[in-house]
Design a protein around this ligand. Structure first.
Ligand SMILES: NC(=O)c1ccc[n+]([C@@H]2O[C@H](COP(=O)([O-])OP(=O)(O)OC[C@H]3O[C@@H](n4cnc5c(N)ncnc54)[C@H](OP(=O)(O)O)[C@@H]3O)[C@@H](O)[C@H]2O)c1
Length: 269
């Protein structure tokens, strides 16, 4: 599982809407990002498709993820919703389809919608499937339901200030790649003096250090920005090698403060 074709550094597209959004996603592709993260809920699937077409890149060089919103979990609803996503993207399949959130307040059992996700994969609408915002218990239950069908990733909030270690370690132990959302703490990573200091040592930004840390742990990360300079600079995290000592210091920064925590969300670990 860990050796798949999903590029570990991707570009998030929340808020990358309209012409500015297409320009930002296009800038990411020009910079070298080959993994774009969208969702039915973001309203950026059309922008992702437009930017890919404009880039002239062959379809199979860009790894495209979308996420199914809980409103589409009802019987027979998930597969048609992914067909609509593909139509909006202008693609005949996505590389990865995720369950965006477990059903709000657990109002629907996983057995209602996880098999529909597997069906989407079997029909070729998605090359891989996965989940997002799943706890250890929900991940185990989903893996049980799927039998041998692999879950590629669990996309969760994780950055040096919110380490989410119990969940991340469990994903890794179960062969599920951790994808970090809010990987630069939504722009707040530079508030931390240790991150600033390590960045200075490398002639880098705290954001690059956060991303390099996550990649060093074997995770994927999907930062976003609407600014070309930041899109480019975040990508250069791939060039940074942290020492074991630096990694240990970053491991000590966890504040345990989750930032995305809706009241209808799951019982977190
Ligand atoms: N699965 C889920 O439930 C879920 C939840 C949240 C997010 N996501 C995904 O994860 C992606 C990233 O998460 P996110 O957007 O919440 O957080 P993020 O990538 O950690 O942070 C983005 C914010 O940081 C700023 N920023 C970017 N680069 C910077 C830099 N080098 N220096 C200083 N500030 C910088 C951006 O502002 P500027 O635009 O002004 O640069 C933006 O406000 C989303 O786009 C989405 O694809 C998924």
């Amino acid at each position: 599982m860990q050796g798949t074709d999903m590029p570990r550094l991707g570009f998030g597209t929340y808020d990358r809407k309209g012409d500015e959004g297409i320009d930002a996603i296009g800038c990411a592709l020009e910079t070298g990002y080959r993994h774009l993260d969208t969702a039915q809920d973001y309203g950026t699937e059309a922008e992702v498709g437009a930017a890919i077409r404009r880039s002239g890149l062959p379809r199979d060089e860009v790894f495209v993820t979308t996420k199914v919103t809980p409103a589409n979990f009802g019987p027979g609803a998930l597969v048609p919703s992914l067909e609509r996503s593909c139509e909006t993207l202008g693609l005949d399949h996505v590389d990865l389809a995720l369950i965006h959130w477990p059903a709000p307040n657990g109002e629907r059992p996983l057995s209602d919608y996880i098999p529909q996700l597997a069906e989407a994969r079997a029909r070729g609408l998605a090359r891989h499937i996965g989940v997002s915002n799943f706890t250890t218990a929900l991940l185990d239950e989903a893996l049980d339901i799927l039998g041998g069908v692999p879950i590629l990733t669990n996309q969760v909030e994780l950055n040096p200030l919110f380490r989410n270690r119990t969940l991340a370690d469990h994903c890794t132990a179960r062969g599920v790649i951790v994808t970090c959302y809010q990987p630069i703490a939504h722009g707040r990573i530079g508030e931390d003096p240790v991150m600033r200091q390590i960045a200075e040592t490398h002639g880098a930004t705290p954001e690059q250090i956060a991303l390099a840390f996550e990649l060093s742990r074997g995770y994927a990360a999907i930062p976003t920005s609407g600014k070309a300079e930041r899109i480019r600079s975040n990508f250069r995290a791939l060039d940074i090698q942290l020492s074991e000592g630096e990694i240990d210091r970053i491991e000590g920064l966890d504040r345990g403060q989750r930032s995305i925590d809706p009241d209808w969300g799951p019982d977190w670990d």
